[in-house]
Design a protein around this ligand. Structure first.
Ligand code: GLU
Length: 312
């Protein structure tokens, strides 16, 4: 009995309590392929640092991870370039929407942080160095498969194409940064990498496993190895806490109190340091582009487990 059974019960209860609200919020229709997703879906998965996985609802259905990919590309870029990454991108919350362009002009093409679109595009530019776009995309996908220990994870090419056709604002952001010499490669190539990383499709169970190293001081016990140093894991968590939900990051910290990263596919990865990696998914979004039900589920989970980093 004890903790493990309680955690499964807890997830079941949260699912039941929120069941009536499944379908609230709006799907991200600015990406036509995401507009087709049935919003009546809801899943939660919790991977604990002692190697257990607990799930409820649509936890094995793959969804577009979108901006959650930015946590993993940052991890890759830090691994390759270390602290020099911070010459190209800042570490401050933006207080602006995910695709805002205004701040970039004032700050001379150096994005506020790696989790807004402009910052993530710079990170994709770094990962592209020394590679063809196809190789860079392969490297990111391999990293996700490796962390989740699941070779079946794929890029949804229809979603990637959909964004390539309609991502005019991201092209504007990339071109704008290029004008400030903060992009080494061709904007179209960098966006090719960026759109494909966003189009990686994963389930809550896969995502929770992939995020486990951030909950366990940089280690992944299932893999039997260290992914990043404890210091780096702590710092990535700090960035997720401050910047992971765009201009609603403060509200997420207030309600949930865990480092988290959302994506417009309706997923959220949240980290309870030393305890668990949690992935929630429900496609209906609020006005800030964050999953309505996903946030509500994490709020209940944090409250009932005492997993907020700010105390119970
Ligand atoms: N691919 C999306 C975009 O660039 C990511 C946004 C998000 O998930 O927040 O618009």
């Amino acid at each position: 009995m004890g903790v493990l059974v309680d955690l499964q019960n807890l997830l079941n209860n949260i699912y039941d309590e929120l069941y009536e609200r499944i379908g609230t919020g709006a799907v991200a229709d600015y990406i036509p392929e995401l507009a087709k997703v049935d919003k009546n879906q809801f899943g939660i998965s919790v991977a604990t640092t002692d190697g257990q996985v607990f799930s409820v609802g649509d936890a094995t259905t793959a969804f577009s991870i979108q901006s959650i990919s930015k946590v993993f590309t940052l991890t890759l870029a830090l691994g390759r370039y270390g602290n020099s990454v911070w010459k190209r991108v800042g570490r401050e919350p933006s207080g602006s929407s995910f695709n805002s362009i205004v701040q970039l002009e004032f700050e001379k093409g150096r994005p506020r942080n790696p989790f807004i679109n402009a910052g993530a595009i710079v990170i994709s530019d770094l990962i592209l160095s020394g590679h063809q776009p196809r190789e860079a995309i392969g490297e990111i996908l391999d990293f996700m498969r490796y962390l989740a220990q699941d070779e079946s994870i794929i890029v949804d090419h229809d979603v990637a194409k959909s964004e390539m056709r309609t991502g005019h604002r991201n092209l504007a952001l990339a071109s704008f940064m290029k004008s400030f010499a903060n992009l080494d490669h061709d904007a179209a190539h960098v966006l090719g990498v960026y759109f494909h990383q966003c189009a990686i499709a994963m389930s809550c169970e896969q995502l929770a496993s992939a995020g486990l190293f951030l909950a366990d001081g940089g280690r992944n016990k299932a893999l039997g190895l260290r992914v990043v140093s404890a210091e780096r894991a702590r710092r990535i968590n700090a960035l997720m806490m401050m910047c992971g939900h765009y201009d609603a990051s403060g509200d997420f910290a207030y309600r949930v109190g865990m480092p988290g990263k959302s994506g417009v596919g309706g997923g959220i990865l949240a980290i309870a340091p030393e305890k668990a990696s949690i992935a929630v998914w429900s496609p209906g979004l609020d006005g800030f582009g964050n999953s309505v039900l996903g946030t509500a589920a994490l709020e209940l989970l944090a409250h009932r487990t005492g997993w907020s980093v700010f105390g119970a």
